[in-house]
Design a protein around this ligand. Structure first.
Ligand code: NAD
Ligand code: ZN
Ligand code: ZN
Length: 392
C-alpha cells in the first residue's frame, strides 16, 4: 500500500510499504477513505525527530470502511463506516471507565512512562503505524472506533478523530462561566474549532494569531481577533477589553513551537522573577519548549481563572512562573483529548445541521501522493492552508 512515511527533519515521503494485517484478535483493518494532517504532525516534522525512526508511518486522523476484524471484535463488521480516534483505548479498564481514554491502562506505553498509545506518534507513544495510508491496523478495535451513519460526506465526520474532541475538551477544561469570556491563543484548526465551540455555547471569544488568513477566518465566525504582531503587550490589550481583568479562561492552541517576540519578552520578564543565573541556564537548556503561548496565557487570564492547554508540550526543563500562577490563583488543565469521552456529545452537532461549519472547515483536499508538499505548505502557513484532507 501507499503510506506517508517519516525520513528525517522536514523530510516525509509517500512510500510503498507492506499492507497491514490482523495481528491480535482485538485488531481490525480499515480501508482509509479520508485522512488529515494535524498541527501535531508538524511537531514530528520538526522538533520531535529524535523520537522518530525512518520509515514510521504518520497520521492519526483517519476514517474509512472496515475491511476485516479479529475474532474478538464483534461491535463492528466489514463494510461498517468508522472514524478512528487518534488514541487507542480498551473501553474496560479503570481509566477508560473514568472517561480518561488517553490514560488507558491496556495501551499505556509503560516502558516510556507515557499514557495511551497513539497512531503515528513517536516511540514515546508506542510507534504504532499511522493513518496517512491506504489501510490502517486498528488495535483495540472493539472500542477504538466511532461508528458512523452511511450517508453524509467524509468532511462532516473526519474531525471526530481529533479536531472536534480536542477542541471540545479544550472548552470543557477551560471551565468558562455562563456568558463568560475566553481567549483562544492560536487559530490553527484546534484554536479555530475551539473558538467555534465556545461561540456556540454563548461565550465571548477573543482569538489571537499572527497569520492574516487565519485571523480573518475566525473574525468571519464572530471572534474578536487580535494580531499578536500588533500588540506588543497582549495581556494589557486584553485587560483593556475586559474591565481591566483579563478573560475568564485562556485556551492555548499553540503548543511547543510558539512564535512571536512579544511572547518572548513576557517569557523573559517572567523568568526575570527567577534568580538570573538560574533563569539563563533554563532558557538556554536544550529541550526546553518555546513556552511563549503559556506565558501569554498566564498573563492574560484573569485572577482565579482557568488555563486550558490543548497545544502539545514536550519539554522536561521548562521554567514556569509558579509565583504568578499561585498568586493569581490560576487553574491549569491539560492533556491529549479523550476522544471517546466526548464523541457522543459532539455527534448531534454533526447530524442536525452543521452549526460548527465542519463541512467547509478544510481549506485543501488533495491526493495522498501530494502530502509531502502539503506538510511544507502547512508548516510555512502558505496558500491559506489551515486544514488539509488527504485522499489515499
Ligand atoms: N491535546 C490534544 O489532544 C491535541 C490534539 C491535536 C492537536 N494538538 C496540538 O494543538 C496545537 C495546535 O494544533 P493545530 O492543528 O491547530 O496547529 P497549527 O500549527 O496549525 O496552529 C497553531 C497556530 O498557532 C499560531 N501561533 C504560533 N505562535 C503563537 C503565539 N505565540 N500566539 C498566538 N498564536 C500563535 C500559529 O500561527 C498557528 O496558526 C499543536 O500543538 C498540536 O500539537 C493537541
Ligand atoms: Zn491531530
Ligand atoms: Zn482502557
Amino acid at each position: 500500500m501507499k503510506a506517508l512515511t517519516w525520513h528525517g527533519k522536514r523530510d516525509v515521503r509517500v512510500d510503498t510499504v507492506p499492507d497491514p494485517a490482523i495481528e491480535h484478535p482485538t485488531d481490525a483493518i480499515v480501508r482509509i477513505t479520508t485522512t488529515a494532517i494535524c498541527g501535531s504532525d508538524l511537531h514530528l516534522y520538526e522538533v520531535l525527530g529524535p523520537f522518530m525512526t525512518e520509515g514510521d508511518i504518520l497520521g492519526h486522523e483517519p476514517m474509512g470502511i472496515v475491511e476485516e476484524v479479529g475474532s474478538e471484535v464483534t461491535s463492528i463488521a466489514p463494510g461498517d463506516r468508522v472514524v478512528i480516534p487518534f488514541q487507542m483505548s480498551c473501553g474496560n479498564c479503570f481509566m477508560c471507565g473514568q472517561g480518561l481514554q488517553t490514560q488507558c491502562e491496556t495501551t499505556q506505553v509503560r516502558e516510556k512512562g507515557m499514557g495511551a498509545a497513539l497512531f503515528g506518534y513517536t516511540k514515546l507513544y508506542g510507534q504504532v503505524p499511522g493513518g496517512q495510508a491506504e489501510f490502517l491496523r486498528v488495535p483495540q478495535a472493539q472500542y477504538s472506533h466511532i461508528k458512523l451513519p452511511e450517508d453524509g460526506p467524509d468532511e462532516r465526520f473526519i474531525y471526530l478523530s481529533d479536531v472536534l474532541p480536542t477542541a471540545w475538551q479544550a472548552v470543557e477544561y477551560a471551565g468558562i462561566p455562563d456568558g463568560g469570556s475566553v481567549t483562544v491563543l492560536g487559530l490553527g484548526p484546534i484554536g479555530d474549532m475551539s473558538a467555534r465551540i465556545a461561540l456556540h455555547r454563548g461565550h465571548r471569544v477573543i482569538g489571537v494569531d499572527i497569520v492574516p488568513e487565519r485571523l480573518e477566518r475566525s473574525r468571519g465566525r464572530g471572534v474578536e481577533v487580535l494580531d499578536l504582531n500588533d500588540h506588543g503587550d497582549l495581556g494589557e490589550t486584553i485587560r483593556e477589553m475586559t474591565d481591566g481583568r483579563g478573560t475568564d479562561a485562556v485556551i492555548d492552541a499553540v503548543g511547543m513551537e510558539a512564535h512571536g517576540s512579544p511572547g518572548m519578552k513576557v517569557a523573559h520578564q517572567l523568568t526575570g522573577l527567577l534568580p538570573s543565573s538560574l533563569a539563563e541556564k533554563m532558557m538556554e537548556r536544550a529541550g526546553v519548549d518555546r513556552l511563549n503561548a503559556v506565558y501569554l496565557a498566564i498573563d492574560i487570564v484573569r485572577r482565579g481563572g482557568t488555563i486550558s492547554l490543548s497545544g502539545v508540550y514536550g519539554g522536561m526543563a521548562d521554567p514556569l512562573p509558579l509565583l504568578t500562577l499561585f498568586d493569581k490563583q490560576i487553574q491549569l488543565r491539560m492533556g491529549q483529548a479523550n476522544v471517546k469521552r466526548w464523541a457522543e456529545d459532539i455527534m448531534p452537532l454533526l447530524l442536525d445541521g452543521d452549526p460548527l461549519g465542519v463541512e467547509g472547515f478544510h481549506t485543501h483536499r488533495i491526493p495522498l501522493e501530494e502530502a509531502p508538499g502539503a506538510y511544507e505548505q502547512f508548516q510555512k502557513k502558505q496558500d491559506g492552508m489551515v486544514k488539509v484532507l488527504l485522499d489515499p
